[in-house]
Design a protein around this ligand. Structure first.
Ligand code: MG
Length: 360
């Protein structure tokens, strides 16, 4: 058998993927037209550009829930993104959606996250009121479109339109500076919805794992959850890793089965079906989320670290606004075009937890 060229892979997508899938040939192209690669499809190339970006490497120093510097075994945004990508690939494979696109979206989906998780995000959004606000998904698009200027074109990573559009799932603050071709917002492909739900599966399972590991709650408390009880019975052991892995499996299989029947009975002409869990699993997943909110996300030990991070963001923001000459030269050069508030916000959002605290 001879090697597979890009065109062969594209042909294969046409024949093997579901009619609901996004084919590489429908990627919407790049803002700056480029010659196609001989080996890789456009989405595989998007994925590789994301992996080689600075923002991607910085995910290792960004907090998921437990601050990245508290221990080596907790999830960081980097390992979280890898877990999302792995689950999303499995789901895409099973549903015959485009796994390469899912993988690229998953690896990029948190690129816009500031240090100190959602608490950090909230702090930046408040500071940016009246200047376009802040949200991590919109910032992700800004990172790949503008801030990571790896090719020197002024088009960021010059990713495909479909990938960029996929990063904008969820609310975008009014006045947030997006590339003009992303406005007005267009519906993202099904692959983006898959990643969104796999993101949730990943964090529900791994936050349960990290919360137990950190000793913030015990297995007996987790047994309140019907998902835990079912998974423990299936695993035949209360061992944390084994039960958590079963929970991931239960939610993932449910997502595939429920979505598969939705795809099967939906005519192409009636518009895309919803990627969704069954009602029973949705209830069980929400129960787990509520449990994590109470015992993990709002735990005092977690919040103390997060709030200190948010305070550092606020102090640094005001300090840089008062004296923008402290900004690195590469950022100062963008003040005239983007405004000093946005440039300060971009600079802070790009920082890892450790870098922010070291600089404060
Ligand atoms: Mg995520």
């Amino acid at each position: 058998m001879s090697w597979l060229r890009r065109e062969d892979q594209e042909d294969r997508e046409v024949h093997s993927l579901s009619p609901w899938a996004t084919r590489s040939r429908d990627s919407g192209g790049r803002r700056l037209p480029e010659e196609e690669d001989s080996l890789r499809t456009t989405f595989q190339r998007d994925r590789d550009r994301i992996i080689h970006s600075t923002a991607f490497r910085r995910l290792q120093g960004k907090t998921q829930v437990v601050a990245a510097f508290e221990g080596d075994h907790y999830r960081s945004r980097l390992t979280h993104s890898l877990e999302v990508s792995q689950i999303a690939r499995s789901v895409a494979n099973a549903l015959q959606l485009n796994g390469d696109l899912c993988e690229a979206i998953a690896l990029a989906h948190d690129l816009g996250h500031p240090p100190f998780g959602h608490v950090g995000e909230h702090a930046l959004d408040e500071l940016m009121q009246g200047h376009g606000g802040f949200r991590h998904n919109a910032q992700g698009a800004r990172v790949v479109d503008t801030l990571e200027d790896r090719y020197g074109y002024g088009y960021g990573l010059n990713l495909t339109q479909m990938l960029r559009r996929s990063l904008l799932k969820g609310r975008v603050p009014d006045g947030f500076p997006l590339a003009l071709d992303l406005l007005p917002k267009q519906p993202p492909p099904l692959e983006a919805h898959v990643v969104d739900l796999c993101d949730k599966i990943a964090y529900l399972a791994h936050d349960l794992d990290d919360g137990l590991r950190a000793g913030l709650f015990v297995i007996d408390a987790a047994r309140e959850l019907r998902l835990w009880r079912e998974a423990e019975e299936l695993a035949g052991t209360p061992l944390r890793h084994r039960v958590v892995s079963r929970i991931t499996g239960l939610l993932t299989t449910d997502l595939v089965e429920t979505t598969d029947s939705a795809l099967r009975y939906r005519l192409l002409s009636s518009g895309p079906p919803r990627i969704t869990h069954s009602d029973a699993r949705t209830v069980a997943a929400n129960e787990l989320l509520e449990f994590l909110r109470e015992r993990f996300y709002r735990n005092e030990r977690v919040l103390t670290v997060m709030n200190a991070g948010a305070a550092a963001i606020r102090a640094r923001f005001l300090g840089l606004l008062a004296d923008p000459s402290q900004l690195p030269e590469s950022h100062r050069g963008r003040i005239r075009g983007a405004g000093v508030e946005r440039v300060v916000c971009d600079y802070l959002a790009g920082m890892t937890d450790r870098y922010l605290l070291r600089r404060s």
